[in-house]
Design a protein around this ligand. Structure first.
Ligand SMILES: O=C(O)CCC(=O)C(=O)O
Length: 279
């Protein structure tokens, strides 16, 4: 069908009008919600593409009640690096529009992609425990962020991301990992420090962006709809690998996402494309 040709899909090269207030919010709070990053038409077209890539990968998923209780599978189904599996998905994920937003928020000249992932939270999925991303990634810098893009309107009962504003300023704050222990630790931290928690419904086409240091999570999906979302993690071009904070068990996966560059080397593997650079 001609409508499936990659060349006929929106190229997302036009710029998003980021305001000075967006940049201020991102830097002060560690996260920001941007309205209308994609038009409804753009998101609908790419939703079909991204769902077709995830469909095979999620096909064998067990029923919720048969999944182990002590791993991540009850939080959401996830799969990585759709951009490497499908040219049309790459067109979306590597779009200069998204790359420029990330670069402008961080105030850097160029950004690379660390990885992308689909996070589909099914009805009945558990909450996403409070956590920080930074402590398990081998990029110890303030200039790493994730753009979270829902493919469907995400109401509060579907579990949009929630953020503890301002927690990015302290960098590493608590235990590594995303589990019951991180949930209770950060819940206590947020209560004690009275960090404001921001949780909003996110229409399809909007996006949130969060620093990898900010404490974040999501409530359980108590609706009857799947929360379909894509996360794209960007970092400042020029960073070197520092994996001193990574756990041994995660290191092979983490290193592979950066083309197995070694500590001290530049994180500049071709796998981690530069998707935006100021000329
Ligand atoms: O989608 C979620 O539930 C959590 C997302 C998240 O932790 C992230 O994108 O870093």
């Amino acid at each position: 069908m001609t409508t499936c040709e990659p060349t006929l899909r929106p190229d997302l090269s036009s710029e998003y009008s980021l305001t000075a207030d967006h940049v201020r919010q991102y830097r002060e709070n560690g996260h920001v919600h941007l309205g209308g990053v994609c038009s409804r038409e753009e998101i609908d077209v790419y939703r079909e593409v991204l769902k077709s890539v995830t469909a095979n990968r999620f096909a064998g998923a067990k029923k919720m009640s048969d999944r182990p209780e002590d791993d991540f599978s009850r939080v959401f189904m996830q799969t990585f690096n759709l951009r490497e599996a499908d040219e049309r998905a790459a067109r979306f994920i590597q779009s200069p529009r998204f790359g420029k937003i990330a670069a402008d928020l961080m105030g850097v000249d160029a950004v690379r992609i660390y990885y992308d992932k689909a996070m589909f939270k099914e009805p009945g999925s558990w909450l996403t425990p409070w956590h920080q991303d930074g402590p398990h990634w081998p990029l110890h810098s303030d200039n790493v962020l994730t753009m979270w893009i829902p493919l469907v309107d995400t109401a509060i009962d579907m579990g949009p991301p929630r953020f503890a504003s301002g927690t990015h300023r302290s960098r590493v704050l608590g235990p590594r990992g995303i589990h019951r222990k991180s949930e209770s630790y950060f819940e206590g931290h947020i209560r004690t420090r009275r960090n404001p928690v921001v949780e909003e419904e996110i229409p399809a086409g909007d996006a949130t962006l969060h620093s990898h240091w900010v404490v974040h999570g999501a409530r359980a999906n108590t609706s009857c709809r799947i929360r379909e979302a894509i996360g794209i993690t960007f970092y400042e071009d020029g960073l070197c690998i520092d994996d001193s904070a990574c756990s041994e068990e995660n290191r092979p996966v983490i290193d592979a996402n950066l083309g197995n560059r070694r500590p001290g080397q530049r994180a500049d593997h071709p796998r981690n494309q530069v998707v935006f650079a100021r000329s």
